[in-house]
Design a protein around this ligand. Structure first.
Ligand code: GLU
Length: 288
């Protein structure tokens, strides 16, 4: 970590974050989660940080980054640090933070927390984005856990975090109360670093939330299991974990979670249809 990332903020200050990935236009589901994050930061007299989670260079687009700033501002969200305004923990774009991910990956390797894996599976491809769909990755069967892979050949392999099989990971969620997930049963050894030298979502998000001194992570409840994974990373790295607040997901008429493909519910199309941010927020009061 460089000097900037060691800057200390007041320990009592609430620091929340908005962490969108610019792979499409933001929709109503993002708006509701982000509004919750905003209200929680305001209620505590804290700060909200905007982070551009653009690790997946194949899917992230500059036009969506611009749209993200515009749509969030239109909706009434404000942030005090971010890619567009800077701040003490810059850069606030993951694509520019590689040095921090590399340094943490090296620590995990040195501590024996990760192992090289030569299996080619779908979860490897998907590891650079947050596992949002209800179908989280299948549990890795541990094929490469105890294999010896020649150090000379480790440049092209994936690296997985070895989870403590059978251990119950517990946390108190700000919204959903007591949560527990069993390592090896609810989730398996997960990707930390990909063969094409891209860090995984799980690694990047922990490195950034810790470096940016986030005190509470507000996000959708489909990431509960990822929170359990991330708590193992915080522990392995000797870092203090933030608190967590998981929000209910917004679904469409068929009960399907809103995603960027629901174009009609993107903030910009709602704006074009003449809806106002206040009107949208009022409509939430009628939701369960
Ligand atoms: N960039 C991730 C997403 O948009 C954020 C997930 C998180 O809150 O950790 O899905």
């Amino acid at each position: 970590m460089n000097g900037l990332n060691n800057i200390q903020t007041s320990t009592s200050e609430y620091r929340g974050r908005l962490a969108p990935s610019p792979t499409g236009y933001l929709h109503l589901g993002h708006a509701r989660t982000f509004w919750t994050a905003y209200e929680r930061a305001v209620a505590r007299g804290g700060k909200l940080i905007l982070r551009n989670e653009d690790l997946d260079s194949a899917r992230c687009k500059a036009e969506f980054v611009e749209a993200m700033f515009e749509d969030l501002r239109w909706f009434g969200l404000e942030w005090r640090e971010g890619p567009d305004i800077g701040g003490p923990f810059a850069s606030y774009a993951q694509s520019a933070r590689r040095q921090f991910y590399l340094a943490t990956f090296a620590k995990l390797k040195a501590g024996g927390f990760v192992y090289p894996c030569t299996c080619s599976r779908k979860d490897v491809e998907r590891a650079i984005t947050a596992p949002h769909a209800a179908d989280d990755e299948p549990i890795y069967p541990g094929t490469c856990r105890n294999k010896t892979i020649d150090a000379a050949n480790t440049a092209q392999v994936n690296w997985r975090f070895r989870v403590p099989d059978g251990e119950t990971i517990r946390f108190q969620d700000g919204n959903l109360d007591h949560q527990k997930f069993v390592a090896g049963r609810d989730f398996g050894d997960f990707i930390i670093w990909r063969h094409d030298q891209i860090p995984s979502y799980q690694l990047a998000v922990v490195v950034d939330d810790a470096a940016m001194q986030i005190t509470e992570v507000v996000r959708g409840e489909d990431l509960l299991i990822s929170t359990a994974r991330q708590l193992l990373l915080y522990r392995a790295l000797g870092l203090k974990a933030p608190s967590f607040y998981h929000c209910a997901l917004m679904t469409d008429d068929h009960g399907v979670r809103l995603a960027k493909r629901h174009d009609a519910l993107s903030l910009r199309s709602l704006r074009e249809q003449g809806l106002t941010p206040e009107g949208i927020r009022k409509s939430w009061d009628f939701l369960a």
